[in-house]
Design a protein around this ligand. Sequence first.
Ligand SMILES: [Zn+2]
Length: 712
Amino acid sequence: MSKPSAKMTPQRPAFHCVISLLATVALASATLVSTAANCRAQQTAAPAAAKPAQAKPLPGLDLSSMDLSADPCVDMYKFACGKFAANHPIPADLPSLDPAYVLYEINTQELSGILEKAEAGGAARSPDEQKIGDYFKACMNTDAINAAGLKPIQPLLDEIDALNASPAGRAQLATLIGKLQRYGVDAFFGYGEQQDFKDATKQIAFIQQGGLGLPEKDYYLRTGDKDIKVRDQYVAHVAKMLTLAGSAPEQAETDAKNILAMETALAKASLGVDDMREPEKTYHLQPIATLEASLPGFSFTAFEDATHSPHVSEINNSTPQFWPEMDKQLQTADIETIKAYLRYQLLLTFHSNLPKALDEENFDFYGRILEGQPEQRARWKRCSSAVNGALGEALGKVYVEQYFAGDSKAKMLQMVHDIEAAMGRDIDQIDWMSPATKVRAREKLAAVANKIGYPDKWRDYSKLTISPTDALGNELRANAFENDRELNKIGKPVDPLEWGMSPPTVNAYYDDSLNDVNFPAGFLQPPFFDRTQDNAVNYGHIGAIIGHELTHGFDDEGRKFDDKGNLSDWWTPEDLKNFEARTDCLSHEYGSFTAVDDVKVDGKLTLGENTADNGGLLLAFMAYMQRAKDEHTDINAKIDGFTGPQRFYIAYAQSWCENARPESIREQVLTDPHSPDAIRVDGAIPNQPGFADAFSCKKPSPMVPANNCRVW
Ligand SMILES: [Zn+2]
């Protein structure tokens, strides 16, 4: 998973997913299986309420959400989704509601059913059932969690308290930070494993800026009233957390102000979200001595030992500009500030399994203030998501048996092949790319691996101990287990069968280094994939998402990687110039959308996702038309009053019907590479060559402008 915010879990680079990530801060486990950067993982967040009525699947084509008084040629979002918000109020425990969230709610219900059974299971349980059942049971026992207080993390708190300002005391920081990071506390920076950008056969270590409590760099630096207010609220929140954990209120307030100042210094030394998308800016493979030279006061070897990393001889120093400032802070900041910062990081990581007051305060800032969400998710929802995070493939195995129909994989594979074939035709047809580069693009396309539903080989959790009575201990052990699993890959051969998301996840991703597309079973459900619907609807929903992931291999970032997943320049200068003229067109188009009050879409940050949306929709339409031709389907025959092409475009638009709180849109636009849902419709539709015909639109009209953008 991971998110651009409070817990800076190191982002495994090179992941590109289809759905944004929101609300993950208010969440349970740091060990989410999905490590996809900026991907919506399984959010969790709690007044324990009785289980509400079951969420119902949305139909593939939802007539009740359409506003038939709107003109699709003027505003496709309004036509397809105009009544969605009125019919779908946002539940108090979500930041927004869209079809992905509805499906997420349904999946959570299904997971909780599996977990309740595993919890009750008794002696006949399999080892995996024992683990998922007991993790859930301990997580649900809030009485025991409240009674335990801070006791489960007391040894770590004691180690923080023992720090002192002497050189020997500060020298302890490398060990302590390493130990905390092994438990999922991402204090100061991120450290992890990635495939080498320039030699995808190698698994190497990477180190990256991090450690910020606010969602990203610019939250510390913007000067508007809203930003100043958020920083004040952050300071008040940090002070309250520290007070709840035993600090005197006045001391906590001083510490919180100092923490903001220290984090602001780190933020100034950090790259922004735009730069972090560029592989050249985040790839600096170097001997370990070079990194160590930029961290003179920090024993990297001691850190490696504490975090259970092998000793590495080289590393991707993702953000070299960050270390001088971090080193300065570690060596010169008031030791009391560093201690308070580490204490806060610890509380932030484990709040879900700490006493209620801490958990509530965490939600108040990250959920209520930053995302406008009135209520925390019910405990059973959060615990279901926590098990999916900690033991995603043990839970996923049962989920797949119960909820992923056997022949779904074959139908999905047919669509994937159709869309890959469409991309082949598209590459052949485009007029701006030279034959030489087309050959390379074709090679890359032919090498894309397709992963559908669930892994062929399941993860082994046998060495992870899970207790039915120790929620926080389970979280600590699960985090350490996942950390060790990741770091153990360094120096070993790549396993191309590994998944970066658990099977129940509502999302999909493309991985630059593996050159593969991944579609978890949790996403291959209505309305996105609905076996009862015709091809038009399925190609419009999941087909466009398949095309989206595939296009990521050829967006402004993915195009820099070749068929083997290596960062290498396979473009002629002329082709690159043509490509960039086309992506600039998209940057300008999307950059002109206002997302919410004073915040515009960042055309550069969202370029990869917008390129993927536009290309994906185009490819899915080509594939749909070809399939209709091959199967002699009459695309003009109407169902529910709409022709095939009309149903295709309505289904695409309805993937992105949304009812969102303004706070959550604001956070998304400021931190996330995905455009807000409605803009994913009205931004992509005007660039679709098939749309004008489908709805008999006159040119020009807002959805069929005289000039549009086209990359793929
Ligand atoms: Zn994407």
